[in-house]
Design a protein around this ligand. Structure first.
Ligand code: 5RP
Length: 241
């Protein structure tokens, strides 16, 4: 049975698919919302009208799902410039800034998004926040070497920090061999640009889940329909495709 949230994720995914043309090179994000996008894209690949689309996946899981649908898969080395990346998010603010990485793929997701001409984000309405950091912790990917020092550094920035654990209780390790610190800011993130700068300047912090000024368009699915947020801060009611 499909839940209400799943129906919204699917609606956002279906809207994003309208931006896909045959022959495009697509960055393929990671997560449960992207799963719907891959399912819908796979239907069109098998139907033949998007059969020459090439996908660059951001995780092993996404690569497996895409392959299972018959979607051609490639790598950044072979496809240095992507037409479009479609990905989910954990939070979207009114200017289309994001927190990503609860699924653990933030580094590859950011690399692929930055290699793309356009970056479309698909979410259900529960992900929309006024201030980043109020709903989700900020995932921070750090080297294993010195991880307790990285944790202390992020605590010093005002966060409550937990080292991410896998389901079996062991330390979660990313596809890049790093740990993730989940940083909760009790009042949300006051100045995301400054926080991003502080994190980026620190040795051993590999990447963080703030995706600032990167979104071309966020598609927000609610029971009343899919609305868009454009990067200039305009939240457009209805379809502005
Ligand atoms: C993975 C991500 C995902 O895009 C994000 O966690 C959203 O996932 P979902 O669609 O399952 O809510 O950033 O690293």
């Amino acid at each position: 049975m499909t839940s209400g949230t799943d129906a919204l994720k699917r609606a956002a995914a279906a809207r994003a698919l309208e931006s896909v043309r045959d022959g495009m090179v697509l960055g393929l994000g990671t997560g449960s919302t992207i799963r719907f996008f891959l399912d819908l894209l796979g239907e069109r690949v098998r139907a033949g009208d998007l059969s020459t689309v090439v996908g660059v996946p951001t995780s092993r899981r996404t690569a497996e799902i895409a392959r299972g649908h018959g979607i051609r898969i490639s790598r950044l080395r072979a496809q240095p410039r992507l037409d479009l990346t479609v990905d989910g998010a954990d939070e979207v603010d009114p200017r289309g800034n994001l927190i990503k990485g609860l699924g653990g793929a933030l580094l590859r997701e950011k690399i692929v998004a930055q290699a793309s001409d356009r970056f479309i984000v698909i979410v259900d309405e529960s992900k929309v926040v006024e201030r980043l950091g109020t709903r989700s912790p900020l995932p921070v990917e750090v080297t294993r070497f010195g991880s307790s020092r990285h944790q202390a550094f992020v605590v010093g920035l005002g966060a409550e920090v937990a080292l991410r654990r896998a389901a079996d209780g062991s330390r979660y390790v990313t596809s890049n061999g790093n740990y993730i610190l989940d940083a909760r800011f009790p009042e949300g993130i006051d100045d995301p640009v400054a926080l991003n700068g502080s994190l980026r300047a620190r040795a051993g912090i590999v990447e963080n889940g703030l995706f600032l000024g990167m979104t071309t368009r966020a598609l927000i699915a609610a029971p009343g329909g899919v609305r868009t947020i454009e990067p200039d801060g305009t939240a457009a009611p209805g379809d502005t495709r």
